[in-house]
Design a protein around this ligand. Structure first.
Ligand SMILES: NC(=O)c1ccc[n+]([C@@H]2O[C@H](COP(=O)([O-])OP(=O)(O)OC[C@H]3O[C@@H](n4cnc5c(N)ncnc54)[C@H](OP(=O)(O)O)[C@@H]3O)[C@@H](O)[C@H]2O)c1
Length: 512
């Protein structure tokens, strides 16, 4: 079937409007799609419908180059034409991707390499130089981002317990009332602050993706003058979008946080980064320590990881300019080790549920790179309060991670019928099974199947243990030695706590 750019444009406008629950005339074809705030699931629903319409799977990477409906429709129409030319001449192009429904276009070989180093430029006016700095033992006013997210909720819990401070939480919402409700709902969801929002939690309506955090000059100045310390946990976590779509919130948002920290008076920034900053293959097989340099960016393919690398570089530049910072690099964050409550939309849970639904896990050497959220949040808050932490990075890696096989064995012993099958077979199963939104792995398909790097590996290929560094957490464990904070072991007791929550919340059913 042939469609013109105009046909595709009309189709996209009406489908996007339907997804967002707005009228078609409210959709601007020149607006970046990322600004419509689609989450991974919505983005994939759109992509999947497009796939049906066009008869091939458009690469999510196209969004990098063609970020709005106008340019994307034009490019998709060209791709359709190229495909029909190929069919007309009877030439079957050898695609580098051999899988049946995998992406034939937009593969890594066609994508210009993004130089992350050249992205890591901090506005030269962000400098703590002239501002005053009085280190405080007990901050009175804390500014927190990400309070409506998973880790942020637990950081709030810790800050409520460990300080007497007011916690000003940056929230994306239409009004203070909505912002308060959003924070309250999130804290309730994670078993924190039932009933009413603690009076010390104060919503601040803004947006990381806007200059001055969307606060306006006056309010921004007022916070710059009055806040004592900053916890920056917010980020757009999306495994589908490319760097360009995540840059505004994750990179430029971090720059605005550093601006806030340097203006009028110096405020320490406690930044939640990720072990993903060591994703470059240069680190494969090496042990990386907390104070190791993370100068290598080549070969980091995931847009989200790329933004985390650049954002942490900005924090490092600010630190080199004299801003007091602490950097916290969690691995995947798992549920609360006491209650089991976790984020059911996260990678681990979607993967487990999706594999259970498929009845198989891949036979791969993969370490379960996860730490419970209560450990991560307690460690972040404790370490942020130690004077000797300033200027340092911490690895919240689990000190004794276990293998994926350990988890699968436990799942089998629990009674779920699962088998471990060769990775290639599992990928083929995934293509068959995850073709509808009913499968939790559906939204992760681009992440799981897209081929990158010169060797055309998928992201999970790149995450195999042999291709990753060992993240040492020795210095972090040492720094926590004076506290009672230890990382709970990953064992059957922990899995039982998690499973009980996942079943109770309806995410998993007892019989699959
Ligand atoms: N979860 C993990 O496994 C993991 C692993 C390593 C590192 N990390 C890092 O840990 C931090 C917290 O992750 P998480 O799991 O808590 O993520 P999450 O549950 O997805 O929460 C993300 C938070 O960021 C906020 N946010 C996103 N874009 C924003 C914007 N433009 N303006 C204001 N706020 C915005 C979200 O607000 P809305 O509610 O408005 O969307 C939400 O509060 C992130 O920096 C992440 O990179 C997470």
């Amino acid at each position: 079937m042939s469609y013109s750019a105009a046909d595709i444009q009309v189709w996209m406008v009406s489908n996007l409007a339907e997804l967002l629950g707005v009228e078609a005339d409210e959709i601007d074809i020149d607006e970046n799609l990322e600004n419509y705030g689609l989450d991974s699931a919505q983005a994939m629903t759109l992509v999947s419908k497009l796939e049906e319409l066009l008869g091939f799977q458009p690469s999510p990477l196209l969004l990098w180059h063609y970020p709005n409906i106008a340019s994307l429709s034009q490019r998709l129409a060209e791709e359709l034409e190229e495909k029909s030319d190929v069919q007309d001449t009877g030439i079957v192009k050898q695609t580098i991707n051999a899988m049946p429904s995998a992406t034939p276009k937009g593969n890594a070989s066609e994508i210009p390499i993004l130089n992350l180093q050249s992205e890591a430029v901090l506005d030269p006016t962000i400098h703590p130089g002239g501002a005053t700095y009085t280190p405080l033992d007990k901050p009175k006013k804390i500014f927190l981002t990400g309070g409506t997210g998973f880790l942020g909720a637990f950081i709030i819990r810790e800050l409520l317990e460990q300080t007497d401070a007011e916690i000003y939480c940056l929230v994306r919402a239409a009004s203070l009332h909505d912002g308060k409700n959003k924070l309250q709902k999130n804290l309730e969801q994670y078993g924190i602050c039932q009933n009413a929002l603690d009076a010390r939690i104060i919503p601040v309506i803004g947006d990381l993706a806007q200059p001055l955090l969307g606060l306006g000059a006056e309010v921004f100045q007022a916070f710059a003058a009055n806040i004592d310390t900053i916890y920056h946990s917010a980020a757009l976590l999306n495994y589908v979008y490319p760097y360009s779509a995540l840059k505004t919130a994750n990179v430029l948002g971090t720059q605005e946080i550093l601006r806030l920290a340097c203006q009028i008076k110096v405020k320490p920034v406690h930044y939640v980064s990720s072990v993903a900053v060591f994703e470059s293959p240069v680190y494969a097989g090496k042990v990386v320590k907390e104070d190791d340099d993370f100068s290598h960016w080549e070969g980091i393919f995931l847009g989200y990881s790329q933004t985390k690398w650049v954002a942490e570089k900005l924090v490092k530049i600010a630190s080199d300019r004299g801003l007091p910072v602490t950097i916290h690099r969690p691995p995947l964050i798992a549920g609360d080790s006491q209650t089991g409550i976790g984020n059911t939309h996260d990678f681990i849970n979607l993967m487990v549920k999706g594999c259970l639904q498929m009845g198989s896990f891949p036979d791969v050497e993969y370490l379960l790179d996860m730490s419970p959220v209560d450990y991560v949040s307690k460690a972040v808050v404790y370490l942020s309060m130690q004077k000797e932490s300033i200027g340092k990075a911490f690895h919240l890696q689990h000190p004794q991670p276990v293998t994926l096989k350990f988890l699968v064995d436990w799942i089998s012993s629990f009674g779920y019928p699962v088998q471990i099958i060769p990775y290639d077979e599992w990928q083929a199963e995934l293509i068959k099974n995850a073709s509808s939104p009913e499968n939790p792995l559906y939204t992760l398909r681009p992440f799981l199947l897209e081929r990158w790097s010169e060797e055309q590996l998928t992201i999970p290929d790149l995450y195999l243990q042999a291709k990753r560094p060992t993240i040492s957490c020795e210095a972090t464990v040492k720094a926590l030695a004076g506290s009672s904070i230890t990382c709970p072991p990953i064992d059957s007791k922990l899995f039982m706590i998690y499973t009980a929550y996942l079943i109770e919340s309806g995410f998993l059913s007892v019989a699959l």
